[in-house]
Design a protein around this ligand. Structure first.
Ligand code: EPZ
Length: 433
């Protein structure tokens, strides 16, 4: 069965290292297609979405291999032009391959992207950017086909911020003829990491991290090589697990400076933390203050990807909290499931009202998407008794070893295969009923 069992009610404690960032690695993998040779991403997370992007690169003719956590991609013969929907339908970020294909060979045809069911997730801004760069794009019923006789630099102003569309514009512009100015860009760290990677390949990009990114097209790019940065959302997820269980943990390989808005909220709830030489020491034992109102925002605001994990924490805090989701239109799917564990969460439109305080109890709950699934794990760690979280495969899309990590922090987690992650410790305490 696609499930894990968690015996909750114990404060987490211990040290874990944060995996490489999913949302940084995926666009870097797409960017690697822009060089007809070998590129390498060191410390790349071994997660379902990365494996999916890897299979897409191989479908296009690239050769890939792993040396530990280092992913090598030889795109010398990555001259395929089409990606079937069996691949693209598995994840959202497949769509940015269109910009990479147009930049590499002037044409591309791919199935519509899939991804988490957290909203409509249109791609109009992606196609707008590529059309501005000179691509002819046909939106067929089951696939998108695009072609150009070489992309040309342009002034592109996004009507609102989009991480993926900003990445799309960057990937299309780096080999285009002439200069491109992208305005109203997303400022998430993953955009900056992509630009650093591309600059290492010889791209001429400046302004990333701000609203305007300036790109001068170059003739060709050399092989990329970069250490994938730590995943800020995984780090935030573990800090939520620490807060929900009132534990004390140390995160090694911490994404310094990328979680400031989240840490502000962590402090407001009563959490304490200290950054020290690349680590973050967190103490959730004093967590107990509700958050009367918080809204998710584009970076550097509170990240939408930590909205569901925070929901689980607030369900354990007495008093009334409210979170407004401003980025996606259907991102409270975890609320109903956490309510099955005894929480008092009411969703009204884009607002979730959390009447916290009643202690959570074990139940059987269902993950429907990545971060909502992580929220269920957090709630289960805080709940008395055993919880079965079904839909574990959604969680594996973004978390490389959430079970092993949380077990290393003292969580009691069992996978359906009976693999007990704390075998050595398990002889004494059985799964609490
Ligand atoms: C990226 O998705 C991340 N995914 C998401 O993380 C993250 O939640 C999101 O950015 C916001 O930070 C990856 O990086 C792979 P957007 P993306 O384009 O690029 C609308 C996770 O859990 N929009 O910034 O798809 C869109 O519907 C995932 O790791 C358009 O209207 O997000 C949304 O309302 C989930 N037209 C808003 O913009 C478009 O063409 C922001 O979306 C594109 C987006």
């Amino acid at each position: 069965m696609d499930e894990i069992r968690i015996a909750g009610g114990k404060p987490l404690s211990g040290t874990v290292s944060v995996q490489g960032s999913k949302n940084a690695a995926l666009p870097m993998m797409a960017a690697s297609l822009l060089h007809r040779g070998v590129s390498v991403l060191k410390g790349c997370p071994k997660i379902a979405d990365v494996f999916c992007m890897e299979s897409i690169l191989k479908e296009l003719g690239a050769v890939t291999w792993w040396e530990g956590h280092d992913l090598y991609m030889d795109c010398t013969h990555g001259d395929g032009k089409s990606i079937p929907c069996v691949f693209t339908g598995k994840m959202r970020s497949s769509v940015i391959l269109l910009g990479a294909l147009l930049g590499r060979c002037g044409s591309g045809c791919l199935g519509y992207p899939g991804g988490c069911v957290i909203g409509q997730r249109p791609i109009d801004l992606h196609l707008y950017a590529l059309r501005k760069l000179g691509a002819e794009i046909a939106e067929e019923p089951f696939f998108i086909s695009a072609s150009c006789s070489g992309l040309t630099g342009a002034e592109i102003t996004f009507p609102h911020k989009s991480v993926g569309a900003t990445e799309q514009g960057i990937l299309g512009a780096v080999l285009a003829k002439g200069e491109t100015c992208l305005e109203n860009c997303a400022r998430e760290p993953e955009i900056q990491w992509l630009c650093r990677y591309l600059r290492g390949m010889g791209a001429d990009i400046r302004g990333d991290g701000g609203d305007c990114i300036y790109i001068k097209g170059v003739k060709e790019l050399r092989g990329g090589e970069m250490e994938v940065p730590p995943d800020r959302i995984v780090a935030g997820t573990y800090l939520c697990a620490c807060a929900a269980t009132r534990g004390k943990i140390v995160l090694e390989n911490y994404p310094d400076g990328e979680l400031d808005a989240f840490l502000k909220v962590y402090g407001k709830m009563g959490g304490q933390y200290k950054a020290k030489s690349g680590k973050l020491i967190a103490d959730g034992s004093g967590v107990g203050y509700p958050i009367p109102f918080l809204e998710t925002e584009v970076y550097p605001g509170f990240p939408t990807d930590l909205q569901s994990p925070l929901l689980a924490v607030l369900a354990t805090i007495p008093g009334k909290s409210c979170i407004r989701e401003t980025i996606f239109e259907a991102r409270f799917k975890a609320a109903a499931e956490i309510n099955r564990m005894g929480a008092g969460i009411t969703v009204e439109g884009n607002d979730a009202w959390i009447q916290g305080g009643s202690s959570l109890h074990g139940s059987t709950v269902y993950a429907e998407e990545l971060r909502g699934g992580a929220a269920l794990v957090i709630a289960a760690l805080a709940a008395r008794g055993e919880t079965v979280v079904r839909g574990y495969s959604y969680i594996c899309r973004g978390y490389e070893h959430i079970c092993e990590d949380l077990t290393a922090l003292g969580g009691v987690i069992m996978k359906d295969t009976g693999t007990n992650f704390n075998e050595k410790k398990q002889s004494t305490n059985s799964i609490a009923q």
